[in-house]
Design a binder for this molecule. Structure first.
Ligand SMILES: [Zn+2]
Length: 170
């Protein structure tokens, strides 16, 4: 007998958590949160290496207990090589909406040695807010160097999102 498709329980709020890391590589553009930063290295890996958008995508998918980014967009699949990570984020948003939820707010921490994120934080927050369709003051972004961690050649992103059940249309 075919198993019924699992339905996301209709909780009023759900939390999602995402984590990602990529190694710095010379000669490729650096994209963080959909913003291209001026730096001599970018983040390698499949797609465009946007560590923040990947962590946000996984946080959104995790919030609805969905499949993770690597399952939906396998790195082994050549069609995602160099792909714009906005495509991944939009698929996660589509799944969140179809589960009946809307994004309330997001908080994130980037861990990287360079470049300095501070001068670009406003632009990244604004871009992420626009992609998610939420106000800028609902997007938190913090950055810190990897003190005591041997990860100077990588960028790491941690993200939590809060999802809220949408009002039923009556
Ligand atoms: Zn990634």
């Amino acid at each position: 007998m075919a198993k019924a498709k699992a339905k996301v329980p209709e909780l009023a709020t759900r939390i999602g958590f995402g984590w990602d890391s990529h190694a710095f590589k010379s000669g490729i553009p650096l994209l963080i949160g959909g913003v291209k930063l001026d730096y001599d290295k970018g983040l390698g890996g499949h797609s465009d290496g946007d560590v923040l958008l990947h962590a946000i995508t996984d946080a959104l998918l995790g919030g609805i207990a969905g499949p993770d980014i690597g399952t939906l967009f396998p790195p082994s699949d050549p069609q995602w090589k160099g792909a714009d990570s906005v495509v991944f984020l939009q698929e996660a948003l589509r799944r969140v909406a179809s589960a009946g939820y809307a994004v309330t707010n997001l908080d994130s921490t980037l861990i990287l040695n360079a470049p300095k994120i501070g001068p670009h934080a406003a632009e990244i927050r604004s871009r992420v807010a626009a992609l998610l369709g939420i106000p800028e003051d609902c997007v938190g972004l913090k950055a810190k160097p990897p003190e005591g961690l041997n990860t100077a050649t990588a960028a790491v992103a941690h993200v939590v999102v809060l999802l809220q059940k949408k009002e039923e249309k009556s």
